[in-house]
Design a protein around this ligand. Structure first.
Ligand SMILES: [Zn+2]
Length: 405
């Protein structure tokens, strides 16, 4: 094909690959695309969240593209919003679906309620996403690397609605007896769009199995348990926040339903089996992404020990990482909607059921004031390693939270 022919060829849009998602695409001009973000609603058609898109454009080399992302309005905890919370969004692009860069800039169009990026691709094919994707395939590749290492045990805690494994990894020095070891339980990807937390988890796992002397000391004195991907079905289909039947896997911890929410049921069972057999659990942490705020939240008013643990964790994070959380740790309410069933998060439920010091962490996706940029894959991996050290330091000196039924 001649150069002129190439330039005239139509741009095509694709999302038929793992985690791919985009709504209707309209061509405002030959190089001007208006892309509706698909979004996802819950089992009752409520709480629409538009936080994920991941698509590929073919035939774009050298074109001065204008890409608009629309339909960013939604509802969170039953409160509607107009989408302007996405105004600082800086999506990512890749020429190989492997290495991701943030767009240099983006603009918020208040009239259109859309994010606009201008971009002249250097290659014919480009992938675009909300943040660097992390698929079930990527996790499988990591598990292949970790399996067989003497410090890693890989189990299946249960299966998702679609039968995908809910992995449970144990990382410790198995040659050192468990007695006296601290126990830290880590959870990620309750919400499919929050791929940043999977990169953090991969960073944590890579650090924990590494030859670093500090990591080796941590393995000698700590048992780390990981649920690396709580919603593999959502991740696979390019979902946003809800499982196959529309249930939010970080609500509904008070509505155990193994048929509709097998992901919650099997993870809850694994945690309760652990503590009910008399084993300690010094800290539980579930990782999440938000657009622009970072914080930790836990049952601070539950006991002076838990408050001290939360304050230590927060202080260490702020001192030793780029965690941007000027407000300090937050005390969690008993439920996101007290009195209403199906509104309890994992940390709220674990504290209520067994008095477990269970925390939630939010990590921002938009430009971070402390990093001076949106977090990159490298930033996430590095943060994961630092988070392992910070969690271990935070539980040291923590009075063992007595497990009571
Ligand atoms: Zn989340």
């Amino acid at each position: 094909m001649t150069l002129a022919g190439l330039l005239l060829a139509a741009i095509t849009v694709h999302s038929n690959f793992e985690a791919g998602s985009i709504g209707k695409v309209e061509f405002v001009g030959p190089n001007h695309l208006r892309c509706a973000v698909k979004g996802e609603t819950d089992q009752d058609g409520r709480n629409r969240q538009p936080s994920w898109f991941y698509f590929r454009l073919d035939g774009v080399q050298g074109r001065e593209l204008v890409i608009e992302l629309t339909d960013l309005h939604g509802e969170y905890n039953y409160r509607p919003h107009d989408g302007s919370g996405h105004r600082n969004m800086r999506p990512v692009y890749s020429y190989d679906n492997e290495h991701w860069r943030h767009f240099e800039s983006s603009e918020w169009d208040p009239a259109l309620h859309a994010i606009r990026v201008r971009f002249t691709p250097e290659a014919s094919r480009v992938w675009i996403a909300r943040q660097p994707p992390y698929t079930t395939r990527r996790l499988a590749r990591l598990l292949d690397e970790l399996r067989g290492k003497p410090e890693v045990r890989c189990q299946i805690a249960g299966r998702s609605v679609r039968g995908r494994p809910i992995w449970l990894l144990t990382v410790t020095n198995f040659k050192v007896p468990d007695a006296g070891k601290k126990v830290i339980w880590w959870m990620a990807r309750q919400h499919a769009w929050e791929s940043g937390t999977s990169w953090v988890t991969e960073g944590a796992l890579r650090y924990l199995v590494s030859g670093d002397p500090h990591a080796a000391r941590i393995r000698d004195t700590t048992i780390f348990l990981f649920f690396p991907m709580a919603d593999p079905d959502g991740v696979h289909r390019g979902g946003v926040r809800f499982n196959e039947f529309g249930y939010d896997l970080n609500r509904n911890w008070d509505a155990v339903d193994p048929r509709r929410m097998p992901e919650i049921a099997c993870q809850r069972q694994a945690i309760l089996n652990w503590v009910d057999s008399g084993r300690r659990l010094d800290l539980f942490l579930t990782l999440h992404n938000t657009e622009s705020s970072e914080y930790i939240e836990g049952p601070l008013s539950g006991s002076p020990e838990i408050r001290a643990l939360g304050e230590r964790l927060w202080k260490l994070l702020v001192e030793q990482t780029a965690f941007h959380s000027p407000g300090g740790p937050r005390d969690q309410p008993a439920s996101t909607d007290p009195g209403k069933k199906g509104r309890m998060t994992v940390n709220q439920a674990l504290y209520q059921e067994r008095r477990i010091p269970a925390f939630l962490m939010e990590l921002m996706v938009d430009p971070s004031p402390r990093l001076g940029r949106p977090p990159t894959v490298e930033d996430r991996l590095e943060f994961g390693a630092a988070l392992v050290r910070v969690l271990r330091a935070a539980v040291e000196g923590a009075t063992h939270a007595k497990i009571e039924n």
